[in-house]
Structures are given as C-alpha cells and as structure tokens.
Design a binder for this molecule. Structure first.
Ligand code: ZN
Length: 114
C-alpha cells in the first residue's frame, strides 16, 4: 500500500518508477501539499485573535497601498510588529485598534476642525 501524504489530507502518494531510486525514495508529500511557513504564521496570528494588515484594510475599506501610505504620512500610528524569519516584522493589530484607526481615517478625510 502506498504511504499517505504527510500533510494529513488522507490521500495516498502515487508511487512512480523514479521513487525506487534509493537516493530520492518515496516523497513525504503529494506535490503542492508541503506546509507553507507563511500560512502557518498567519494562522498563529489569527489564533491569537489578532488581525493582519489585509484584515484591517478590509474593515476600513481601503487598499493595503493606501494603508501604508497613511502610515508613512503619520495618519495611522505605528502598529505592533511580530514574527521571525522568514517573515520578521509583520504588522499585527488588536481588534480594539480598528475603531481608533477608523477615527484617524475619518479625521484625515473630513478635517479636524469641522
Ligand atoms: Zn496532502
């Protein structure tokens, strides 16, 4: 019986003639089922109840480019950074920050005086 894919999907690895080669052997994963370190990072952040830049932008209805522009202009405060290689310094946000960012965005759009 062919071994199962190591990702946990339950599918069997299709044995091919080249898998008899002693230097390569049978692969551990089906092609494309290898764990993605970035995806693992994002799921750790989301499991802690934190939001990523993409989630914040979706809530504020602005693009990520616009977010970075406003952050560089000082409209938005510097967010908390988290991560390690291969992705150090990811921006992470607590859900409570959304209201503050939305207020800063509104103030910038409509002016502080009115
Ligand atoms: Zn798999």
């Amino acid at each position: 019986m062919a071994p199962l894919c190591a990702c946990g999907c339950g599918e069997q690895i299709q044995l091919k003639p080249r898998h008899r080669c002693p230097t390569k052997g049978v692969p551990r994963y089906i092609q494309g089922h290898h764990p993605n370190p970035l995806r693992r990072f994002y799921s750790i952040v989301r499991a802690q109840g934190l939001l990523l830049t993409r989630d914040i932008c979706r809530k504020l209805r602005i693009s990520e480019t616009q977010y970075h522009r406003l952050e560089a202009a000082g409209v938005f405060p510097q967010p908390r950074r988290w991560g390690c290689l291969p992705r150090p310094g990811m921006r992470v946000f607590a859900p409570a920050n959304v209201a503050r960012l939305r207020a800063a965005l509104r103030k910038m759009l409509h002016g502080g005086g009115r």
